[in-house]
Each structure stands twice: as C-alpha cells, then as structure tokens.
Design a protein around this ligand. Structure first.
Ligand code: G4P
Length: 529
C-alpha cells in the first residue's frame, strides 16, 4: 500500500487559498445572473451578459441545436476561475436541464462546497431539493443565497423555516434584510455587526443592533422593524456554527439581489471565509491529503469539440493533491498508460489559457484524443483510484439502429468514445446482439443522435429495447452472480467497464429477481473507479 508523503508547504499554502464550488438552483432562481455578478467581482469578465446566452438557451429542448452552435460559450463556462483578495475561486457550472442530471451529479463530486440559490418568492423548489439531496449524500457544505429580495417575496422567517423543515438543515441567517421588494434598503450583517446598503459597496460598521448609527441610514420605522426582526432571528434561529456547516448540517443564509448586484460581495466574502479548501479525499488505497507533494486527481467531465476550429476533446481533471506542472506525464491508473499534459487549460469565463501550474482544488482541462474516461484517476505514479464518480441506472434503454450497415465499425468506435465522455451509457448484450444505449434523461438521446451524425458522420436512430430497467450486481458469493447470469443469459450485458449488468423488462421482474437471489445486491448506482 502506498504511504502518504510528508506535506509540501507550498502545495499546502496554495490548496488553503482555493475554494471550489458549484451553484445549485431551480431554473429561474437566478443562477446565471449570480454567476455573472460573481465573475465580475473577480474581474474574470468585463461585461455582464456573456454567461447569459447559455443561461436562457440551455433549458429548452428545442434550443439544443443552438447550444451546439454556441458550444464555445456553453463549454467555456463549465469551469470558471477567478481570484479575489488572494482567494482563488473555481466555480463549476452544472447544466440547468434536469435531463442532464448525471452531468450535474458528476460535477458535484468535484466541488468542496455549494451555493444554493433560492428565489425569495418561491423558496425551495423541486430541482433545488433534488440537487440538495446529492450534496447531502456527499456532505457538501451549503451556503444559501436568498435571491430576488428586490421583489415582493415571502417573509424571511417563513423561508428559513421552510429550509429547516423540508431539507432538515439548520438555517442560520448571517444577514437580515432591511425591507423587501421595492422597500429593500440593505442588509444588517448579524455575524459582524454592520450595514450594507443597496447600490453601495460601503460596509458601515456598527457596535450592534442598538447602535444609533442605524437611524442615520435606515430612517423611521424601518430601524425599529430591523431591530425587532434581527433580535427575534437571533433568538429563534440557529446560531452560525462553522463545524456544523462543514459537516453539512447547517447552512448560513445570505439575502440579496443578483440582478441589482446586492449581497453578492457579502456572499463571496462568506465563501472565502467559511467554505472549505480542498479536503482529504478517500481513494481505494488510502486517504489522499491535498498537501501531499505528488499530483493526483480525477476526471469528472469530458467535453468534445470545445473549439469548433480544432476537433479536440478535453478531459476536466479535478486536482486532489500535489502540483500540476505543464509538461508532466501522468499515469492513468485504470490502464497504466502515460498521459502527457503538455498544455493544461485553465478557464477564465469565456477564455481558456494554458496554465503553467495548478494546485489542489483547481480544475484543468487536458486535451485527449480518446482513451480517457469519466471517473479515471490520474496520478504522478501512485496506484490509487478515487471513488465516487457515480453512474446511475438509466431510465431509458434503446437499441441503436444504423441506417447504413457499412458504418457498423464506425458506429462502434463512436459509441465507445461517447460513452467515455458520459454522453450515454453503453451496454453490450452477452448474446452478441446490437449494443444498447441507456440514458437518464431523453434529451441525452438527442445529443447522441446529433453528435453521431455531426462528428462521426453516422446517421443512426433508436428503437425500443425490450427492457425498461437495469441494475449492477454485487455479492459476496461470486457463484450467485454466475448462477443468475446462467439463468438469465438473454437479459445480461456488460457495461462500458466490462461489469456484468442485469436488464429487466419490468419493475415487477426486477423485484422477483431480488426475491429469488437475496444474496445478490441489485444496485441502481455504481461508483466508477
Ligand atoms: P437561472 O440561471 O437560475 O435559470 O436564472 P437567471 O439568472 O437566468 O434568472 C432568471 C430570471 O430572473 C431573469 O429574468 C433574471 O433577470 C431574473 N433575476 C435574477 N436575479 C434577480 C434578482 O435578484 N431580482 C430580480 N427582480 N430578478 C432577478 P428573465 O426576465 O427571465 O430574463 P432577462 O430577460 O432578465 O434576461
């Protein structure tokens, strides 16, 4: 077993100033607007609006082809790096459409914290809840931003109560709004007594809620209301507790308006102050600490044709330990192959630039001509595999129908590469029949069809497969899986990694199999490694 090496102080210092996070939100809550404003704060983009083209377009099915054409934009925003006051932020974007939820889940394996954006009028919505559950599974600490406070919305107490009740997450207001809707004047910072007013970057220090300076800024009844509400909040709501936040059981709550650029700086300060830097990460061989001198990381996303001028493919590597240097050769642990990293890419909003070096918490793009898969671990030599990039049992299974049988070989190669990228899952039936593709969301099939045609020149369509569901299998008793496979040969396949899977024609059949083979666990999720 590999032993961890002593910490490298430079790696430790660089890791300590990194914050890698994602924004989770129900569509329309304001994720795109907030992203823009965060990037502006970090000087990563000069003009607001660059992220928007994608924000609105990516959600609707009919707009998918347009996204394809605008891929340059849509992909450059997958990772956005910006720096503010000595802290390096890596914002990892997640697709807005729920058909791409697999992509989102994989991206969430590569962050250390998440910002949950709520629309002040709507509170927790269905997609917020689903994404939150994924964060909870991974104990990802969550900072809440209640957005659209410049509009009439729900009572802040009511929103805090909803977070606590529906997510079973303690909600601790770190700011309290002064007014709401047209009446919004600013927020009172509960943790560091001060006022922040709308349309101003000034932070007005206060001695506390009884500071008469409040009246100078918040005249009349409003000061009294603020005192009353903030005191009530201090008494009734959870007090901020860093340890609870880091373990994922408490969320600090900020209030603001992304559109008016209000509360965004406060949120960013909160991320810098409270969100964790990269933490030790479990691998199969041992736990890897970020400050170790040797590089390790895992691929959570692969994107083809980022630049329409060059038919390239970029693997997004989340660095977990050590220092990445341009020109390094890394070991792809799954195959033992060497991967040269000649031009690691960094992403600054719309641009990408070659990085000279990168550190734990960073995400770099590595150009590849195939062969790298989602879930792959790359190291400076250590034989270890990070765990936790999940595959989900597809909800739709289809046979691929090829219009031109002469293209069968090309189709096989294309499907292999697209499965490496995680566009679809690929299964090869053990009886040797046509490959089966599986998707979680139907929109993935549109993507597959369009890319097969555009990039590989293979026109293909899909037809119903006899099965509705599949499961991976695990058992202490290897013989049990063999017996099951022998009895169900027509319904067995191998996944892209050569693991045996079972297909079922109905949920009822799956339950029967579970009853008949209690020694086999039929798994709806598989963690790749
Ligand atoms: P999303 O990425 O989460 O889907 O949301 P997005 O930022 O695209 O915002 C959705 C809508 O909400 C946009 O309006 C946006 O301008 C608005 N919005 C975002 N933040 C705030 C806020 O703090 N206050 C108010 N009042 N509105 C906000 P739209 O009309 O759909 O688009 P647009 O025409 O403004 O671009």
């Amino acid at each position: 077993m590999d032993m961890p090496l002593p910490a490298d102080p430079r790696v430790a210092a660089e890791a300590a100033r990194r914050r890698s996070f994602a924004i989770i939100a129900h569509p329309d809550a304001g994720k795109t607007t907030l992203t823009e404003k965060l990037l502006l704060k970090g000087g990563a983009i000069q003009l607001a609006g660059q992220v928007r083209a994608k924000g609105n377009a990516r959600r609707t099915r009919s707009d998918w082809m347009k996204i394809e054409q605008e891929r340059g934009i849509s992909v450059a925003t997958s990772v956005m790096t910006f720096e503010k006051d000595g802290v390096v932020f890596n914002l990892l974007d997640t697709p807005g459409h729920e058909d791409f939820s697999e992509d989102t889940y994989r991206t969430l394996t590569a962050v250390d914290a998440a910002v949950m954006v709520l629309d002040a009028a709507k509170g927790i919505e269905s997609q917020t809840r689903k994404l939150f559950e994924v964060c909870r599974l991974r104990d990802i600490p969550i900072i809440t931003f209640v957005n659209k406070m410049d509009r009439e919305g729900r009572d802040p107490f009511d929103l805090l109560d909803e977070i606590e009740k529906t997510l079973a997450l303690e909600a601790s207001p770190v700011a309290w709004p002064v007014g709401q809707g047209a009446d919004l004047r600013g927020v009172y910072d509960i943790l560091h007594p001060s006022l922040r007013m709308v349309d101003s970057d000034e932070v007005i220090p206060l001695t506390g809620l009884d500071d008469p300076a409040i009246e100078a800024r918040v005249p009349g009844d409003r000061a009294a209301t603020l005192r009353e509400q903030a005191e009530l909040a201090a008494g009734a709501c959870a007090t901020f507790d860093l340890a609870k936040f880091l373990e994922g059981s408490l969320t600090p709550v900020y209030f603001g308006s992304a559109l008016r650029d209000f509360g965004v700086a406060h949120l960013l300060e909160g991320l810098a102050r409270f969100a964790p830097p990269p933490r030790p990460r479990p691998a199969d061989a041992r736990i890897v600490r970020p400050e170790e001198p040797k590089l390790s990381g895992f691929v959570f996303k692969i994107q083809a044709n980022m630049d329409p001028q060059h038919r390239d493919r970029v693997a997004f590597l989340r660095i977990c330990s050590g220092r990445l240097e341009k020109g390094m050769r890394l070991r792809q642990v799954r195959t033992g192959r060497q991967v040269p990293v000649n031009a690691p890419l960094f992403f600054f909003a719309k641009d990408r630039q070659v990085a000279e070096e990168a550190w734990p918490g960073d995400v770099v793009g590595i150009a590849t001509h195939g062969g790298i898969r989602i879930g792959d671990t790359l190291t400076e030599g250590d034989a270890l595999n990070f765990q936790g990039v999940p595959s989900f049992a597809p909800e739709h299974l289809r046979r691929v129908r090829l219009d031109d049988p002469m293209l069968a070989k090309k189709l096989r190669k294309a499907l292999d590469e697209l499965a490496d990228e995680g566009v679809v899952q690929l299964f090869r039936p053990l009886d040797g029949s046509q490959p089966i593709v599986g998707v979680v969301g139907l929109l993935q099939l549109d993507v597959l069809q369009s890319r097969l045609r555009a990039e590989y020149g293979v026109p293909a369509s899909f037809e119903a497969a006899p099965w509705t569901t599949m499961r991976w299998m695990a058992s202490e008793d290897r013989g049990a899986i063999e017996r099951f496979a022998a009895a169900n040969r027509m319904d067995m396949a191998e996944d892209h990694d050569g693991e045996q899977v079972a297909f079922f024609t109905s949920d009822w059949r799956r339950r029967r199999a579970e009853e008949e083979f209690p020694m086999i666990r039929f798994l709806p999720v598989r963690e790749q490694h």
